[in-house]
Write a protein of this length. Sequence first.
Lengths: 321, 321
Amino acid sequence: MKGTSLSGVERDALRGRSITIHSPATVANMVCGFDVLGFAVQEPYDIMRIGFSENKGVTIINEDEYDLPTKPEDNVAGAALLAMMEELEEGIGFELRINKQIKPGSGVGSSAASAAGAVVAANRLLGERFTKEDLVRFAMNGEKVASGVKHADNIAPCIYGGVTLIRSIFPLDIVPLHAPPLYVSIVHPQIEVRTSDARGILKQQVQLKDAIRQWGNIAGLVAGLLKNDYALIGRSLEDVLIEPVRSILIPDFEEIKKRSKDAGALGGGISGSGPSIFMLSKDEQTARLVEQEMKAVYARLLLDHHTYVTTINMEGVKFIG
Amino acid sequence: MKGTSLSGVERDALRGRSITIHSPATVANMVCGFDVLGFAVQEPYDIMRIGFSENKGVTIINEDEYDLPTKPEDNVAGAALLAMMEELEEGIGFELRINKQIKPGSGVGSSAASAAGAVVAANRLLGERFTKEDLVRFAMNGEKVASGVKHADNIAPCIYGGVTLIRSIFPLDIVPLHAPPLYVSIVHPQIEVRTSDARGILKQQVQLKDAIRQWGNIAGLVAGLLKNDYALIGRSLEDVLIEPVRSILIPDFEEIKKRSKDAGALGGGISGSGPSIFMLSKDEQTARLVEQEMKAVYARLLLDHHTYVTTINMEGVKFIG
């Protein structure tokens, strides 16, 4: 925590003021970086507005179609705010309006966008009292509501922007990583894969030789990002541990990957725990070709899907007004 | 392979010419990078001289005290040269003199220095016909003779210099990594730990959660090196998988690590498969203090030991004459 508390007078002065933000989708794992890497994208994003409220605690108003819980303890944004409020003086009340654009369960950090967006916006309202690391800590409580596990690989990039490494979660050690310009194609097949299910099917023991291959790849990916070496990034986007298990939950995963790479993508894989698939490309034209391939595969299966072509979002949550 | 073959005339012209090199010690694994990271040091190094010979094949002359095999197939340098010669025209002969300064079995890449030095020197004699990657490929045959396994985490830094990542061994993908200035303190307790034994005690299955912690650390270490972030390098020098098993073979390992860090070392651990221990420091003064702590621990145990204070060797094998 940094800075000082707001006096009652200051808070009174802020009543009625509200902060509007765009909280971006994020791609966790980044193929070989299970549980430790993630990046934010420009689109899609949730729209959220927060203000002080006369009512103590957290009041949540959903302005979207998803019928998410409004009881703060059961809402990911609410749980994140409640964690923050444990470190604030008593008697503060927040009113949070959420217009969710990132479909829950899509695998691009819908819950993280809510949790991170809420605490980033509240922190602005409070005069930037907390550090980014504090905000990650609070927002992870939202992830716990969503998936049962405190993880930060969506939260951290949502708050820091760009590509982030969570070197360690206990104690929290977040490392923002430089990245060269990258275009991102995402396809979200309209099937449900629950994060808890996607975690449940993973083996808790792995072969040492596979783990070695995996950490060779993550080391290569980090080096590729920091050295602007697109070819190395592409070669390192390989996952021998998680993808072979999880990809069975995603229709025609291998076909999409193969066709995307044939179209020029550097590589890619499952976004978070799926079902969305992301692919990275060096330029927009390639990313659009990849999008067409993704659409073609799911059109043939008569499977409803959404696609995005976007770039890495370097600033994370954006303040709109 | 690059370039063209030497003609008989050219080879005749080179007869009598010889190349002398210093082939450096290397530290493999670098704590969290088991089997994929390594770096070369300025000291110690082997001295080797190679020339063409009238006798076909490889003739090995040992000029040191270690009584290593002279039959090429059984000698790590010989095996590396034989692998190279499979890609040369018939009828070439090399005479190789080895003055080994890096004690075999010390854990600082003694076998790699021989294997890598031999092929780097022979390649110079041949007019740089092979790429560095070719040379790594040949030299790995020496490692197979020494430990039964083709590994490149000593070979690659010995040939490339600096810190190297072996992202993948099949296919071979070597990534040289920038590193900030680092001082290295090494202690070699005079006990024998065979590489094959040190490999044998490792569990072939590991917990996924431990593997995740390990790849968080290797990603942090690579980022720390490339960003010149000494604190991040220090935090990332943590090994939750291999060190807890292997360190039991090394007397007072934990004591040395603790005292080294208390003296200001960034961190460190087992060099290769041991028994040598290395520690990294930001400046020479700290590295010398660390050396004193290492000496004090083994003096108390009445255990013979050698120490070195050196820096990272950025060029690898050096041509002397």
